[in-house]
Design a protein around this ligand. Structure first.
Ligand SMILES: Nc1ncnc2c1ncn2[C@@H]1O[C@H](COP(=O)(O)OP(=O)(O)O)[C@@H](O)[C@H]1O
Ligand SMILES: [Mg+2]
Length: 268
């Protein structure tokens, strides 16, 4: 068995094989004609502890499906995923945090939302105290009594960052969290996520995106996915120091290469 943090072994996923997730989370149907759709094909991948890995690919190539399999929300049709040498058989909230848009409870203040993610506290007072510290780290301390709908999109994402910090996860799964944000806020959020990575230095981050610049600016390694059906095309280490500017010639060359590989010539 691999000593890496996350180990994917010939992971395949077909939708429509079964009418519902074999782990019992959510129900779905296959295509109306009763056929199955192959979404992931023989994914083999190793991710080291503490690594920040981006999975980059066109919409529909199976990125979210791959992340849901790691999170234990769905079970692959064939193959398996191992975390710390343990087979993923279902969600494990103790060490994993899934960061996505719209994950805050709308009926709770952001202080309460963040406090729910604090696992290490002895009692409620301690939980609230820690939640306040995390809100301060993302500069939201003045808004602790606000409900999520009272915040801007960027502030909501920062509250979500505070939740991720509070959870101190071993593995952080991020699925296109900034896709609903305007361009300037997205740029700001890139800085915030780097800050999060710095604070959670031992956390392994698997970050799904279709934004090439985002992947290049944030990650230690960019995995390019092609499809459908989703296949891993190549892995590219990104060795430039942070903060990274895309004008850096090495990054610029890599960007051009990735654009070609993904067939997006308009961005060249
Ligand atoms: N619950 C589901 N039931 C059936 N098909 C699905 C389901 N979720 C995703 N798919 C299909 O799987 C393919 C990959 O989807 P997804 O993993 O969301 O891609 P991505 O995140 O790369 O955009 C798509 O063709 C999508 O229609
Ligand atoms: Mg997706």
């Amino acid at each position: 068995m691999s000593k890496n943090k996350i180990h994917f072994e010939r992971v395949c996923m077909e939708y429509g094989k079964d009418s519902r997730s074999r782990m019992g989370f959510g129900a779905w149907r296959g295509p109306a004609n009763g056929k199955t759709t192959t979404v992931l094909e023989n994914i083999d991948l190793e991710i080291e502890a503490g690594e920040f890995v981006s999975i980059l690919g066109h919409s529909g190539c199976g990125k979210s499906t791959l992340l849901k399999i790691v999170a234990g929300f769905i079970k692959p049709t064939r193959g398996s995923v191992w975390i710390d040498g343990r087979l993923v058989e279902g969600p494990r909230a103790d060490h994993m945090f899934v960061f996505q848009e719209g994950a805050l409870f709308p009926w709770l203040t952001i202080l309460k939302n963040v406090s729910l993610a604090v696992h290490s506290a002895a009692d409620e007072a301690e939980r609230i105290k820690k939640a306040r510290e995390y809100l301060e780290l993302v500069s939201l301390e003045a808004y602790e009594e606000y409900y999520p709908h009272m915040l801007s999109g960027g502030m909501r994402q920062r509250a979500e960052l505070a939740r991720a910090l509070a959870a101190r996860p071993d593995v952080l799964l991020v699925d296109e969290p900034f896709s609903g944000l305007d361009y300037l806020t997205r740029l700001q959020m890139r800085e915030e996520i780097l800050y999060l990575h710095m604070m959670l230095e031992k956390t392994t981050i698997l970050f799904v995106t279709h934004d090439i610049d985002e992947a290049l600016q944030l990650s230690d390694r960019v995995i390019i996915m092609n499809g459908p059906p989703g296949r891993l095309d190549s892995c590219r280490p990104v060795r430039a120091p942070h903060p990274r500017h895309l004008s850096n010639p090495a990054l610029h060359e890599m960007r051009t290469d990735i654009c070609r590989q993904l067939g997006v010539h308009a961005a060249l």
